[in-house]
Design a protein around this ligand. Structure first.
Ligand code: 5RP
Length: 267
């Protein structure tokens, strides 16, 4: 691996633990102003110090994020459909590699929809992105299984994750599943991170993250379960405990509770 690629990968996946907490705030590119992200700048301001990387689109990066930050950026470069479309996630390339370089990103993210009518477009799109990104030493993170009505079982996630890696993704983002998440990890030759999915109680989200890490995921690329929490800072800090400090789910939840109580007392 060339120096530039290794450096960017090391900015995303921390060499000290081999793990990462990515904060995902890219939902607006197909959901619009989703709950908690009505104003992304405000939503992420207090979370940024705890995020190992920030996943978002170029529009929000330019308008809402201070260019002085040192947080590595994973730029969402797929899109083209909205939640209103029957063809949700029939995505193409929305942002050029030249633009990604101009924005000094550490990685680019592209979704594939394995099993959808338009899977060919998205898989070929991923290949094109990988070709261009590799030329500049930029890792591609492939997002699998985001969308309505997806069967998110181990069989499907192994298939889609493996296809993403075979086409050159350096990191795969998937959902956690039970049973069989260890199979998803085992059959994917590149590091795997999990998305959080819909908001669930903090205790359950921490348990999910814990189990995913135990199975071999290198971290999370989590959005709603952080920014839609009543205590988003306490939540990202608790996730960090699981990811970087090997906290159990119980320890992390206790940490979350004490951090959120402290916040209430201060307020
Ligand atoms: C949207 C995405 C999101 O970044 C991903 O789903 C992670 O966010 P969440 O934890 O809210 O599921 O890829 O396409």
């Amino acid at each position: 691996m060339d120096w530039g690629m290794r450096n960017r990968m090391a900015r995303i996946i921390k060499p000290s633990t081999g793990r990462t907490v990515m904060l995902a705030v890219d939902h607006g590119y197909f959901l619009g102003p989703t709950t908690g992200l009505e104003n992304v700048g405000r939503a992420v301001k207090d979370l940024l110090p705890y995020a190992d990387a920030l996943a978002l689109t170029r529009g929000i990066l330019r308008h809402d994020i201070n260019p002085h930050i040192d947080t590595p950026i994973i730029l969402r470069i797929s899109g083209g459909t909205s939640i209103l479309s029957e063809e949700l996630l029939n995505e193409g390339i929305t942002t050029s590699m030249k633009e990604a370089i101009r924005l000094n990103v550490s990685g680019v993210a592209f979704s594939i929809t394995v099993g959808a009518k338009w899977e060919r477009n998205t898989i070929l799109g991923l290949s094109q992105v990988v070709d261009e990104a590799e030329e500049h030493g930029i890792p591609t993170l492939a997002v699998i299984a985001v969308g309505k009505d997806m069967v998110r079982d181990a069989r499907y996630l192994s298939l889609a994750g493996r296809i993403a890696a075979e086409h050159g993704a350096r990191i795969v983002k998937t959902y956690y599943c039970e049973p069989g998440f260890d199979k998803v990890i085992d059959t994917c030759p590149v590091p795997v991170v999990i998305a959080g999915g819909k908001k669930i109680p903090e205790k359950e989200a921490l348990e999910m993250a814990y189990k995913a890490l135990q199975a071999g995921a290198v971290g999370v690329d989590m959005g709603r379960n952080i920014f839609q929490s009543e205590h988003p800072v306490a939540m990202i800090k608790a996730i960090k405990e699981v990811v970087h400090n090997n906290a159990t789910a119980k320890e992390a939840y206790e940490f979350f509770e004490s951090e959120s109580k402290e916040k209430k007392v201060k307020a």
